[in-house]
Design a protein around this ligand. Structure first.
Ligand code: UD1
Ligand code: CA
Length: 502
């Protein structure tokens, strides 16, 4: 053990069935705040700098081991073939590292609210007391289901008694076992080897390690957690929801203390992996997940989900769903936008209502204000993409790229059939199906010329309201000429024809 290591090893107990979760997912893999429960425990323990981290796996071992490889590749899974209790699990872990000496942190894998600070306090208390076995405890209002800390009249530690094995008098005790221990490796090995199974569950309880040590006069100790929430385990879905809420409250408290405005903490959910800068504002109904970062002055929400997304200074994202995107400084998104991975909006860009984007660079100040699909494209600066434009990127086999130059104006309802390029300063006519490149400064028109068939409604839909309205509109006024002639092929150049938001 090197001097900067607080403990020689960390052992996480994660082999239990988790029966009370009623889930096909192993209990410790249930997620809250952007990490699995196991991930939270490992993250809390990581700063202790243990040379060895062992995770005891059993129920759902393949899934847990696979998860470990992804989130904590340095941690080593140790298989407990049969779940014969927490004491047996700890013994199996120690057997995997026979040469290990020094203090070992043993922690339940279902304690997602543990903090590094609390673990460090436990380790310090263990060392200061010269203890061979130190248990983390907490004083709680409702100790139901937890192991009770039994002390003698002088306050000395005597035993940890599981609720099922406790007397009525012991059940009244409100100091409980957190399921977190620091013990000397050699002592723990020895005492675990002698554990009996004469308890209500017929298991080897890790908690039974304390009494024989205390009886034999070995130095044992208890350290009380300052925040009793830290030690709360999670055994069923109701506890999962409660722990998630507590974790979220902690994350939001920290953000608010740092200068972030959270309008409605009750409906705002932020993963522990998210960064939000001071003077950002989170409206109600916001979820910030994964590696999301929100810069100062940005406004997110209401009713917005951001996953692995970067939001720049002063940007705004309203009522939108955003995955793996970059929203540049002062860019504007929403309401009702769907940004998918690879969407990269430069400074001051705009993506508006009912627009879906994917794998696209939207250049500085460029706008896609309404009702469009923009996929696999590069859009230059100062361009405007008219309403209902579709970047037709998929031919049924492969995806193709569209390039839009600077200051281009794409007319409403343009189909840009990729691969295709619209040069700098070019226009496309509304309703065009653009299949060929449009050179810089040109107007691309690709639509059938309009022809009006005069009197068609009167002849083909006689007696309808439309026919009557048409008749009234075309009835010759006193002394005026009859209806106008058929106009065909009126080929005036088309401008992008809807009222674009500027
Ligand atoms: C345990 C403690 C209890 C404490 C509570 C804190 C015991 C006997 N009791 O109770 O005193 O108050 O935690 O939350 O330890 N495990 C294995 N292999 C097994 C059995 C369990 O790895 O064979 C693991 C579980 O995955 C879990 C941990 O050990 O992470 C504790 O087991 P669990 O069944 O959750 O114990 P509790 O009844 O919660
Ligand atoms: Ca538990």
């Amino acid at each position: 053990m090197s001097p900067q290591q607080a403990v020689a090893a960390v052992v996480v107990l994660a082999a239990g069935q988790g029966t009370r979760m009623r889930s096909t997912t192993p209990k410790v893999l249930h997620e809250m705040g952007g990490r699995s429960m196991l991930g939270h425990v490992l993250a809390a323990a990581a700063p202790l700098g243990a040379g060895t981290t062992l995770v005891v796996v059993g129920a759902g071992r393949e899934a847990v081991a696979e998860h470990l490889a992804a989130v904590a590749p340095a941690a080593r899974p140790v298989v407990q073939e049969e779940q014969r209790g927490s004491g047996h699990a700890a013994a199996v872990a120690l057997a995997a590292v026979p040469d290990l000496e020094g203090p070992v942190l043993v922690v339940n894998g279902d304690a997602p609210l543990l903090t590094t600070g609390t673990l460090a306090t436990l380790v310090d208390g263990h060392r200061a007391a010269g203890s061979v076995f130190t248990v983390l405890t907490a004083e709680v209002d409702d100790p139901t289901g937890l192991g009770r800390i039994v002390r003698g009249t002088d306050g000395d530690l005597l035993a940890i008694v599981e609720e099922r094995d406790a007397t009525d008098e012991q059940r009244a005790i409100r100091e409980v076992n957190a399921g977190v221990y620091v013990a000397n490796a050699a002592t723990l090995r020895r005492v675990l080897a002698g554990l009996a199974t004469d308890n209500a569950q017929g298991e080897q309880y890790l908690t039974d390690a304390l009494a024989p040590l205390a009886e034999g006069g070995a130095p044992v100790a208890a350290v009380r957690a300052v925040d009793p929430d830290d030690v709360l385990g999670c055994n069923d879905r109701r506890e999962l929801a409660a722990r998630r809420r507590t974790l979220n409250d902690r994350v939001l408290d920290e953000l608010m203390r740092s200068g972030v405005t959270v309008v409605d903490p009750a409906t705002t959910w932020v993963d522990v992996t998210v960064t939000v800068e001071p003077d950002a504002l989170l409206e109600p109904g916001v979820q910030l997940r994964g590696r999301t970062t929100v810069a100062t002055g940005a406004v997110v929400g209401p009713d917005t989900t951001l996953v692995d997304t970067t939001v720049g200074e002063g940007a705004s994202v309203v009522r939108s769903h955003v995955l793996g995107a970059v929203v540049g400084p002062r860019a504007v998104v929403g309401p009702f936008s769907y940004l998918r991975p690879g969407s990269d909006l430069a400074r001051g860009a705009k993506v508006g209502a009912f627009v879906e984007t994917k794998n696209v660079r939207v250049g500085e100040g460029s706008k896609v204000p309404h009702l469009s699909y923009v996929g696999d494209a590069t859009i230059g600066r100062g361009a405007n993409v008219g309403a209902a434009t579709v970047f037709v990127n998929y031919d049924g086999v492969a995806k193709h790229h569209t390039t839009i130059g600077d200051h281009v104006r794409i007319g409403s309802d343009t189909m840009l059939v990729a691969p295709v390029t619209v040069g700098d300063g070019a226009y496309t006519a509304a309703g065009s199906v653009i299949t060929q490149d449009v050179p810089p400064g040109a107007m691309g028109v690709a639509r059938a010329p309009q022809r009006n068939v005069a009197g068609w409604v009167g002849r083909r839909r006689p007696g309808t309201a439309a026919a009557q309205a048409a008749a009234a509109a075309t009835r010759p006024a006193e002394g005026a000429a009859g209806p106008g002639p058929v106009t065909e092929g009126a080929d005036r150049p088309a401008a992008p024809d809807v009222d674009h938001e500027q």
